[in-house]
Design a protein around this ligand. Sequence first.
Ligand code: GLN
Length: 492
Amino acid sequence: MENTAILKLSALEIGKKIKDKEITSVQATQAFLDAIDALDTKYKSYITVCRDSALARAAEVDELISQGKLTGDLAGVPIAIKDNICTKGTLTTCASKMLSNFVPPYDATVISKINAEGMVILGKTNMDEFAMGSTTETSYFGSTLNPWGDNRVPGGSSGGSAASVAARLAPISLGSDTGGSIRQPASFCGVTGLKPTYGTVSRYGLVAFASSLDQIGPIGRDAVDVASLYNLICGVDEKDQSSTETNKIDLDKVRDYSVAGKKIGIPEEYFGEGIDPEVKAAVMDAVKVFESEGATVERFALPIMDYAIPTYYIIACAEACSNLSRYDGIKYGFRPEGVEDLGELYIKSRSEGFGMEVKRRIMIGNFVLSSGYYDAYYNKALQVKNLIYQAFSEAFTKYDVVIGPVAPTPALKAGESLSDPLKMYLGDICTVLINIVGVPAVSVPCGFASGLPVGMQIIGKHYDEETILGFASDFQRATADKAYEQQSPAVE
Ligand code: GLN
């Protein structure tokens, strides 16, 4: 099989071909490594490419498969990993100068699971520093470019993980989502991305940003690929006390899912002011597809959405400033030269090791937690969090899923939002509520705006990944001729 043909396969198709002995894992891995060599100087979706270890592991996996010791659907399939997920012996930088030399002595739980399946890690992908951002431009290692061209950002913070799948530099990847960082880059790059229910995927070994919101999840070519990787990484983990048991998704159900008879709720506020008219039209057209497949649609009011951005940024920054206090120049990573005393070590390490956006969030976090402002900001945010939770609980008594856009606009021009952080924060309006409530949501390519991909967001009840991925899969079958995902110019 030709290398270019391998690059066009989904992760499950690659797994099947390896199993059927049509290709080997070494061949598949080599095909992606060659593509990375050829294209990634342009896109910069990877921070670290694991050329040697990937090929060595692929050879090992081929052997284990032929001995019948590895039999999973994803055995031998290459994967890209966001660089805030710890990989034993492999640089894990969080795209920060602070961790630019950090080599974890242990694997994150998701990595142990991926290794046990026999997946092959191609490398670690670029991201916003410490996952703070929406463009992958706050990376210490430089920005990633959106493979759809026109000098656009890939979104963020998992921009490298989404861009690598869109450009066929990986068949599937892992990202993390604290306020939209899987869904929004998936939307900008025209791929499918799942933010799972909080707690269903272990956070052990994920470098913490905001622990009550952070969640690892898959980014792939379609809903079935994403479901299969979710099945592999989900489940309770004694190393993460917030992890919970959950049912695995029935892949056949997702594959053949029909939305007939299901109820969709459309929050008016998701289509209000500030939403690009082409984005709105693409998502509404997608909803019509569901209607023609037999689902019913009802609009409802979600006025609490007005408080989404302030609530998220207060909670996320409060948790971030606490989580990031561990970077003191002693325990991890970067340590400046010529320091005289302990105070200076702290100050210089943090002043030189963190970028602007990270510092901004640490300052906001300390402010909202400070004694004079704790009640006015942090406590208020927690109260509003409860109201947001109630609003969604009520919606889910009426609807099977809630649908809206992932982001108000398609991918922004590179350099457009860095100078205006508030504008960047406002772009998170459609995604952050989902993390606050902890429910699952998937971003599915559903059309175009200004020639760039648009994602629809399908939001589900807690632990109901199967239904939202079923909806996504039904949509992808119904619109297969449109190939929303497959037009990425980078592949031709
Ligand atoms: N864009 C959001 C932020 O900057 C979300 C980040 C994320 O999900 N990691 O905080």
